[in-house]
Structures are given as C-alpha cells and as structure tokens.
Ligand binder design. Sequence first.
Ligand code: PEP
Length: 256
Amino acid sequence: MSRRRLIAANWKMNKTIAEAVVFVPPLRDALPRLSDVDLAVFPSFLGIRPVVDALQGTDVAVGAQDVYFEANGAYTGEVSAAMIRDAGGTMVLVGHSERRHVLGESDETVAKKLVAALQAGLTPVLCVGELISERDAGNARSVVERQLTTAFAAVAAALAPRTVVAYEPVWAIGTGRTASPDDAAEMHAAVRAWLSGRLGNAADGMRILYGGSVKPDNAAGLIARENVDGFLVGGASLDPASFVAIATASVTRSRR
Ligand code: PEP
C-alpha cells in the first residue's frame, strides 16, 4: 500500500523563537519541490505559535514535543493537549526516548499521553525503540512490542489509526550511528505486523517513521525500504538545508 511519506523535524530543546522563525523562509522556498511528502516541525512549546504563524498558507504541520495527560489542574509546568491545539499545534510527539530514558517516563505514562492526544484531536507520533543492551540481548523486537502493547492498551480502536509510529532505536539517536536499512526494514515489518494484529486493515494506512541519526546521505537508502514511511529527524533537522535535503531524498527515491 502506498502511504504519503512524512518527514518530521524534532528540534528538541533548541532554537529560541527568533531562531525557529528564521527556519521557515528557506523551507517555504523548497515547498514546491516537496509537494509529494508531508512535513512537520516540532519546536519547543514556546515556538509553536510563532512557527504556526510563519507557516501560514502552507501545509506544513506544527506539533509539540510532549503533552501532559490531564486536561487541566494543579500540574505545575505541564502543558495539556488543548493548550497545544490552542497554540495552533496539530501533532505531538509521545514517548520520545529522551522523555523515557532521560526524564524517566514509564510505558504507562506514555500510554496515558497517547490517549489524551488522540482524544483531543491531535495526531500523535508515538516513539518506540530499544536500548543497545536490549538489542545485544536479542530483545529488540520484544521491547518494541511491549511498548506498543502498553501504549495502545487503552486506545479506542476508532482513534488508534490516527497514530503515527516512530521506530527510534535509542542507540541511534544523536549518536551518529544509524540502523542499517536491513535492521530498520526488519523492525518496521515487525511494527506493521503488530499494528495489523491489533487493528486489522485499519493499520494499513498508518505511517511508521524511522528516527536515529538520519542525515541527507543516509536518507535515500532507508526510505527505499518497505514500511519506512518517513523520518523523525533530530540533529539534522536544525539546519533548514539539511532538513530539506532529507525531505528531497524522500521524494525522489522509489521503493525497492
Ligand atoms: C530524534 O530526536 O527523534 C532523533 C532521531 O534525533 P537524531 O536525528 O539527532 O538522532
């Protein structure tokens, strides 16, 4: 099945508002060449509204890097799904590996965030992926399946297909070490099989992104593989030229 590819920029805790906004003109210039892919950027919470305004008139989606699962209340420092929407965001990252492994988010917390995002009408990008110790022990697939099982446990079947899944092996994030196209294709096939087992045909249209040190020079080899439906790009998305180069490589390469 052919799915529109999605190339997403996760800026992490980088870019002031001014720095986020100057990313937009070079991206706008490239848009006529990128009409065959979907694009999304994930600034800091503070950057969402200014970037939405700067992108007005384009189809580039803007999202948040995290969301809290409660609707409102005494949760100092947290941001709700409704607040993200109010700022103009339409997407949200859920369970990024830095949230899980640096900031201590459990599978159960990720699950609540996924439900909150979907119920609020945001498009979640659910991030899953194994540690190097888990891969070396032969447990990569079971770890990813456990993360998927917990995340989707309380999600209504009608809402689940709106989710984008990002396979991001933790050992490849920000390390310069990328999964080989074969490793990525194998895990993406496993994720697709899991989604189909849980959701049936509704899973066919769901996009599975790869993330982990994607760069302009390795994007083409990865995007060519079955079930690699786009990228979640961290470091290489900070520079508009390299983000555009990754998106361009994703347009022009057909599947092998
Ligand atoms: C990410 O932040 O999701 C990511 C994949 O980072 P990087 O591209 O820098 O590895």
